[in-house]
Design a protein around this ligand. Structure first.
Ligand code: SF4
Ligand code: SF4
Ligand code: SF4
Length: 142
């Protein structure tokens, strides 16, 4: 199962970050969340990213990505815990953070509390409507 992201529905409210840190640490601290809502306040869009696998080196992927007329940098659709990333590391210890779907069986708090349905738990590893999914280190879907 995966958390599928419908980023056009995201308002940037940050609830997903809050409930994720509450679930795993018992505190409200988005820096301890396994989900990060990237924001571009100028263009007014929000893009939730769920923490994926750990990598101990940054990759060499350097291209810009154009999607729906917007330009994204090389890391925008990558969910890795990577040395190039300031987030997806536990702030006190530096331990990489990875989404655990909130347990086994999956019970994702972020999905449960996202009132916009920007996050949806789906069975398939393939996106069912062309939106991005979060299982691989770098796997944009256009
Ligand atoms: S809770 Fe939903 S709408 Fe709010 S920031 Fe997270 S993904 Fe976006
Ligand atoms: S965050 Fe992802 S895309 Fe960016 S350097 Fe690291 S592994 Fe590469
Ligand atoms: S599924 Fe759970 S661990 Fe993963 S980002 Fe959502 S709240 Fe955090």
């Amino acid at each position: 199962m995966i958390v599928q992201i419908n980023h056009d529905q995201c308002t940037g409210c940050g609830t997903c970050e809050i409930v994720c840190s509450l679930k795993h640490y018992g505190v409200i601290n988005p820096r301890k969340a396994r989900i990060k809502v990237l924001q571009n306040p100028v263009e007014g869009y929000f893009y939730p990213l769920v923490a994926g696998p750990y990598t101990d080196a940054a990759c060499s992927y350097k291209n810009k990505i154009i999607l729906h007329g917007r330009e994204y940098d090389k890391c925008s659709f990558c969910n890795a815990s990577c040395p190039d990333r300031p987030f997806f590391k536990e702030p006190d210890t530096g331990i990489p953070l990875k989404c655990d779907l909130c347990g086994d069986p999956p019970d994702p708090m972020c999905v449960k509390f996202c009132v916009r349905d920007a996050l949806v738990l789906v069975d398939s590893e393939e996106p069912d409507n062309g939106e991005e999914e979060i299982a691989e280190p770098f796997k944009p879907v256009f």
